[in-house]
Design a protein. Structure first.
Length: 83
C-alpha cells in the first residue's frame, strides 16, 4: 500500500469512527477513542468484506465498509468490557 492509499484509509476510518460513535451510544470511548476504533475498523471491515468476497467501490463504499468494521469492533470491545 502506498502513502496515498494509507492516508485515504485513515481518513475514511476517522469518518467511520465518528459515525460509529454516534450510532452506538454509550460506548464510552469519547471522540479520540472512537476515531481510533474507526481507523482499526476500516482495516477490519476491509478484511471481513474481502473474506466474504464483497467489494465496495468509491468513497461511499469505503466509508460503509469502514463503518461496518468499526461497528463490529465496538460490539466486540463492549462484549469484552462486560466480561
Amino acid at each position: 500500500m502506498n502513502t496515498e492509499g494509507l492516508i485515504y484509509w485513515l481518513c475514511v476510518g476517522v469518518i467511520a469512527g465518528f459515525l460509529a460513535g454516534k450510532i452506538m451510544k454509550g460506548s464510552g470511548f469519547g471522540l479520540v477513542g472512537d476515531l481510533v476504533v474507526g481507523i482499526v475498523g476500516a482495516f477490519l471491515g476491509g478484511w471481513v468484506f474481502g473474506l466474504l468476497g464483497i467489494g465496495a467501490g468509491g468513497i461511499l463504499g469505503s466509508i460503509l465498509t469502514a463503518l461496518i468494521g468499526a461497528l463490529l469492533l465496538l460490539m466486540l470491545v463492549r462484549i469484552i468490557k462486560r466480561g
